[in-house]
Design a binder for this molecule. Sequence first.
Ligand code: ADP
Ligand code: NI
Length: 217
Amino acid sequence: MKQAALITQTADYVRAQLTGEGSGHDWWHIYRVWRHTITIGRVEGVDLFVAQLAALLHDIADWKFHSGDDSVGPRLAAEWLSGLGVEAASIEQVCAIIAGLSFKGEGEPPQPLSREGQVVQAADRLDAIGAIGIARVFAYSGHAGTPIYDPDCAPVCGPVRGMTAEQYQAYPSTPINHFYEKLLLLKDRMNTAAGRQMAEERHCYMEGFLAQFAREW
Ligand code: ADP
Ligand code: NI
């Protein structure tokens, strides 16, 4: 099968799997990450076949929804791609990207990623910040059942900084805390120049939102 057809088939598969997902990891999140991957990937001159497949499959089985097991996503992606007859070397590259993509806590060292992986990660992180990032963090928290903010459980800076993966996963966060635990950190963790530039405006927008939220509170 031609590369374009493999990408279309993979998009159709992911769309069927994730349409209507309610935590902000639905098909349209994947679609936006896919588009950003193409935009940034062109500037960076990476292998767009591998990058697009990784973008499309990156949230097929998130570790947060599988009791912290981060092997499920790469395994499902590998099964899907080998079923399509994609060559083993490409499958390996895609799975390594999916395994290394996720933010696991401020105190965790960044995982090594290929250049294609860095592009997909920048694309995914762009969709976690700005107006869409704000919408997604509240969607996620509604899905998880946490209040929008709780001043008694709100160590929004200080103790929550530098969390390990275990602390990050176990911490009873609120969406407002999540800005300080992750979203405001992403701008400086963009591994591509194009991604960094696109992140600036979105970052400022979140800062404005948080200032307004604090005034209203
Ligand atoms: P990745 O694994 O790609 O780094 P996640 O799937 O953890 O990203 O996060 C995607 C988005 O889901 C976040 O940017 C945020 O909007 C939401 N999210 C994830 N974890 C939390 C959390 N603990 N509280 C609130 N929102 C969260
Ligand atoms: Ni994602």
